[in-house]
Write a protein that binds this ligand. Sequence first.
Ligand SMILES: C[S@@+](CC[C@H](N)C(=O)[O-])C[C@H]1O[C@@H](n2cnc3c(N)ncnc32)[C@H](O)[C@@H]1O
Length: 324
Amino acid sequence: MHLRLYVEEEDTFEQPKANCPAEEPRTEEQLLGQYIPLHYHFNMLQDRHRVGAFSEAIGAVVEPGMHVVELGGGTGILSWLAAQQGAKVTCVERNPALVARSRELLAKNRHGDRVTVVQRDARDYIPAEPVDLVICEMLHVGLLREKQLEVIQAFKKHYLEAFGNDAKLPKFLPEATTMLVQPVQFSYDFSGYHAPLPLFQDPAAIDNRTVELGEMATYANVFYDETYPTSFGGVLDLEVTHPGTFTALRFATQNLIAILTEQQRGIPWANQLLVLPMKEPVVVAAGERVRVEFNYTAGGTLESLAESLSVEVRFANDAVRKVA
Ligand SMILES: C[S@@+](CC[C@H](N)C(=O)[O-])C[C@H]1O[C@@H](n2cnc3c(N)ncnc32)[C@H](O)[C@@H]1O
């Protein structure tokens, strides 16, 4: 989605963030992707890469008469796009502020009446009849913070319980997610102020702060119509292919919103890149190696990834330096 660099809270215009004392206790549900403030939904609506990819995928996949379910409908935009293709849509949203707002918005848009908004935790939702397609965009870098995997897994379980273990599961949009990591040289100099902090980058933006020191290495693939892991990590041995100063690891999350087999192409959309700083900069040469080890659970905090990281540089002279 668009820049999700926020602390989520049970939001709305009625409860602006500025009125919330910083020390107000936050529940894990609030911190981890369950409540996204309304103004971030407007950012998501404006994210042309995100909405464009879903719009193209929905246009290619949804046919008139289909029953489509959206899990986590937000403002209702993706449900509405499916309705434009002639589908009957059930839009499941947990946050009451968004349920109200999406109903209001759908009423203003042509064919909005083809969408029924249901206020429910998507993890408990069971459709009344079999459905053709499920749309779920709870995607965050590393599949952290939001509950994409948990929600889809629960949906599949309930679906098979309701319609029988032999029932054909609906198609899922997105269809797949690939997660990757690479060593980079990133300048943490902000107008002379040195601030090595975790941060996000827009994958579509031109970025002159970063030098890629190695290829992106895949550490996990998720196909939503298959059984998938819910924790990720392991040990990766990355090769330095470009000399520079290794300062950070960059995590990428690339989604295939739809795979159009007949056209032999996918419709991609990438999440924000996550850049995690190392403890100290290390000059590396081509051919040297970076050994990365981490382990985290999907839907967990960004810190859970950062805290699990162990990174060593293995130099050409066999020396080893631990940088995370
Ligand atoms: C990233 S937003 C996407 C919103 C919308 N689909 C879009 O594309 O603009 C994820 C949405 O899922 C909702 N959500 C998160 N967890 C949920 C859950 N367990 N059940 C239902 N909705 C949930 C959030 O409130 C939010 O509206």
